[in-house]
Design a protein around this ligand. Structure first.
Ligand SMILES: [Fe+2]
Length: 191
């Protein structure tokens, strides 16, 4: 095996060369193809696919305890950073993601009107440091914040929304998983 082949294997299913297969019944191969075409940054970067996958895992674990809508949590994970234009400070990327969701509605995003509004709100406001809101929105924000370890930041329990996410065991679990992330930030970034 060449060194390059070894590096690619280490990236596993997160590598940009990996085939786009459905992650779940909600995150379809078609949605992933659309996201990959639209994403302007590195698929393997700090706000790319591997981050989305970990946010989904974080969110689904939390949702099992908070009662959040798992469908909204999964879609938030893969959409909230999808319209970033840089990996640093990009304050409007959440609002762009909310607008982008309208273009996916009834094609790759099939939700009730209520859940669609929750998803758009979670995306639009996820960088504003808010902690209050519907439990599904709070669960989305916590799932994202629990992945801050990938850029060398330990999540602050006071900046998490739900009692479940604030639990030291959950913060440690999320941190253990994202320490395997290949890329670290070289400068300031928002979520
Ligand atoms: Fe994020």
């Amino acid at each position: 095996m060449t060194k390059q082949q070894g590096l690619s294997r280490n990236l596993g299913p997160f590598g940009s060369d990996a085939p786009l297969v459905a992650v779940s019944g909600i995150i379809s191969a078609g949605l992933l193809r659309t996201l990959k075409q639209a994403y302007q940054l590195s698929w393997d970067g700090i706000h790319g696919y591997s981050h989305w996958a970990r946010v989904r895992q974080n969110g689904l674990r939390l949702a099992g305890m908070t009662g959040a809508s798992a469908d909204v949590v999964e879609l938030f994970a893969f959409l909230h950073d999808s319209q970033r234009r840089n990996d640093g400070i990009d304050p409007d990327h959440g609002k762009r993601a909310a607008d982008f969701i309208d273009s996916l509605k009834d094609v790759h995003v099939r939700l009730s009107d209520e859940d669609l509004q929750l998803l758009k709100h979670a995306c639009a406001c996820h960088t504003e440091g808010l902690t209050e809101g519907d439990v599904t929105v709070q669960t989305c924000w916590d799932a994202d914040r629990l992945d801050l370890g990938r850029v060398g930041i330990k999540p602050d329990a006071q900046q998490l929304c739900t009692c479940v996410a604030k639990h030291p065991e959950i913060i440690q679990w999320a941190g253990t998983r994202n320490r395997a992330a290949p890329a670290l930030s070289s400068g300031p970034t928002d979520q």
